[in-house]
Design a protein around this ligand. Sequence first.
Ligand code: GLC
Length: 560
Amino acid sequence: MDGPLGLRKVGSYASVADAGDELDLSRLLEKPPPKLSIERQRSFEERSLSELSISVRALDAAAYDHGMFSPGMRSSGFDTPASSARNSFEPHPMVAEAWEALRRSLVYLRGQPVGTIAAYDHASEEILNYDQVFVRDFVPSALAFLMNGEPEIVKNFLLKTLHLQGWEKKVDRFKLGEGVMPASFKVLHDPIRKTDTLIADFGASAIGRVAPVDSGFWWIILLRAYTKSTGDLSLAETPECQKGMRLILALCLSEGFDTFPTLLCADGCSMIDRRMGIYGYPIEIQALFFMALRCALSMLKHDAEGKEFVERIVKRLHALSYHMRSYFWLDFQQLNDIYRWKTEEYSHTAVNKFNVIPDSIPDWVFDFMPTRGGYFIGNVSPARMDFRWFCLGNCVAILSSLATPEQAMAIMDLIEARWEEIVGEMPLKVAYPAIESHEWRIVTGCDPKNTRWSYHNGGSWPVLLWLLTAACIKTGRPQIARRAIELAESRLLKDGWPEYYDGKLGRYIGKQARKFQTWSIAGYLVAKMMLEDPSHLGMISLEEDKAMKPLIKRSTSWTC
Ligand code: GLC
């Protein structure tokens, strides 16, 4: 399909339930960022983004009306005067290379593109499952195609994975929940019989038999991105998609023994799909859970079957945002409070509700915490706070508005203040800091792939660039994204689009990193396209839900 669909339709889609909930693009672009309690100097660059956006939108629209656009040829040139003139009118040479590499990774089923393989790395001896279409890996590819006005592949992917959800899923003799979405799938071509067959992995083949808890959430988030970008409500409204959503929701909204509204998970349940001490209530899953609930809320029909889910979602969102904003949030003040906490408090008057022993606070966090800034910590459960910084969870918290505007600003402040630790020479650390020595032995089970500052254990993943960029645009701080993108541009193509980098500064190509890793390629493209046209943000961002505000106010006065 020709033309900048994303640009023109983003603002036009309004579903049954999204009034007031969704990002009002015109407001984002035309209003200066909200005034926040945290004092911050707005640079010329930041101001110019929101101001220039209006004229760029007008220009884009005019160009579209005059038939000047074709796929892959979006207005490449939106940048501030401070940046080079080249950036203003010509795409970076890496962009064309990236598109070519992304198209090479396409996977076809009976002639139709249905996804992109994880890595197109012929030099690698071990293919493992990198020749599969991973649900989480496809997200940046999908966004790139949507932003480029090519929604068909995304639709095909959503329908194929929905079809896979309907399969009976078993690990040995154990039947998995009906709503489980696959971690990945593959198309087997039989050249003799001329047939294509799908195979899928729901965890039964995955190393460690890990459960892909994030897949279902990404699926819902992607369905909304597709709907928002194309303005095509008909897909989300089909009985099949409505049922698919309900099945995913049934898995995570079921009643049980829980005392918290967060979602209890086993280790390796998300992007970090190996044992890394993220079992319990990992921030990545909680943020994706929150975002998926909000996306589902905007797409679910209020019919006989949908209504009950809508009610359950609303209740859960209130409890979840309260819990996360109160107990996962850490800034200088909170850290100081925890440091002085008493333990062994009984009854509802307890301040230290989870009985965290202050001695368990790791030394590094006292140095890491800037005076201004904060973040959602990795995990909270009885007597346990995992203070590690996780990039994906914090970015998704900003995009979903799980973070209040003040918290979102504070996360960006922290990224700026701890640039060397979080970005270093290659964006972006998946987690900080690395686990070493005895702790590494205990926590990872002596995992040789996750040695300190490598892979999931403090490695740097270029794919995270798109999430950082989206968070930067949402918080009105695009200059941070520009800095990160420039770093990536100095190496990514030359290094062959590695999956991850190693080292404290992310200076070395990862020990076992695949080359031509598709989400490294797509992540770069999405970051570039969003910076050029910030209106794309709408497909992957949700504005703050005003209904949750009073609750938070109460919580703040109560906890302080
Ligand atoms: C690795 C990553 C996982 C990714 C997969 C395919 O297993 O840990 O997050 O989805 O590779 O790229």
